[in-house]
Design a binder for this molecule. Structure first.
Ligand code: MN
Length: 296
């Protein structure tokens, strides 16, 4: 099953001929704040699934052209991300500290957007913003200290994820947490539909030029061990997102580009890149006055 959020917080299922609205079936109020309805759908998915399937079998579908897809999860408890998790990416970044040594970091949940939005480049003249093509794991069942052997029982499904990054030496969380810097979608494809995710292809194009092309078999820390490692520190909650790291081929994106990501059996989406006018600050531009005092 392919779950989506669309048209202002509605919950739907991607079917052959479009999107079937299941918002009433899963009892989500599209106007709710905070927008956590999908988290409850994920938490209760096994119970809700028969009713969702019945709706998909009987209700008409909205043509995809009339569905504005949003990030399938808007307010996760956390977005966990693994750094250097493919050896070839470590080589291109000239680093020798891999995810199995460094562990994970977090990205701001407010950086999430969906496939019908645009990546907004901050106004940071001279700074390079890169695309990173990643498989996202969507946690379905809460757990702490999950054993690698049990990890897949905690996975609801998978999605495509773009981990957009300002290159530099500043704090990584800040460089990766700008609004629009975590593109998630086009849907959550449930694990039963993806099947074995341990050797699937992920690829990325910028303006139809191939930039990244790899397989999950080349992950340094594999999917079960990423879940085990993260949950050794933090309770994983339904709807948590794990960005699994990017293979080699990262590179700059600029105003007017279109970034396309495709992951085998998971999905495909394209998003435009726009130059924004926000985002300058004294960390990235020391010529700006510091707010209260100079650094020591
Ligand atoms: Mn990344």
């Amino acid at each position: 099953m392919r779950l989506v959020r669309y048209n202002g917080g509605r919950i739907g299922v991607l079917a052959k001929d479009g999107v079937v609205d299941v918002t009433p079936v899963v009892r989500v109020d599209p106007e709710e704040w905070p927008p956590v309805g999908m988290l409850r759908v994920i938490r209760h998915f096994d119970t809700l699934r028969p009713d969702i399937e019945a709706q998909v079998a009987s209700a008409p579908a909205l043509p995809l052209s009339q569905a504005r897809l949003q990030a399938p999860i808007a307010w996760p408890n956390k977005v966990i991300a693994y750094p250097i998790n493919y050896v070839d990416h470590a080589t291109e970044m000239s680093v020798t500290s891999y995810a199995n040594v460094a562990g994970f970091f977090l990205k701001a949940s407010s950086s999430l957007i969906g496939p019908h939005e645009a990546i907004e480049l901050p106004d940071l003249p001279g700074r390079s913003v890169h695309h990173e093509c990643e498989l996202a794991i969507i946690i379905g069942r809460e757990g702490r200290d999950i054993a690698a052997a049990d990890a897949l029982d905690h996975v609801l499904g998978y999605a495509c994820l773009l981990d957009i990054t300002i290159r530099g030496k500043e704090e990584r969380v800040m460089r990766k947490s700008y609004d629009t810097f975590t593109v998630l979608g086009p849907c959550i494809t449930t694990a039963d539909e993806v099947g074995d995710a341990s050797d699937i292809r992920l690829a990325l194009w910028v303006n139809d030029q191939p930039r990244q092309d790899a397989r999950t078999r080349d992950l340094i820390v594999d999917i079960p061990n990423m879940i085990a490692l993260a949950s050794s520190a933090a309770t994983l909650c339904p709807g948590d997102i794990i960005a699994t790291g990017t293979p080699s081929g990262v590179g700059p994106i600029v105003d007017g580009d279109r970034v396309t990501i495709e992951i085998e059996r998971v999905g495909r989406m394209s998003v435009p890149v726009r130059q924004g006018r926000r985002g300058r600050n004294f960390v990235f531009d020391p010529s700006l006055s510091r707010s209260s005092r100079q650094t020591p």
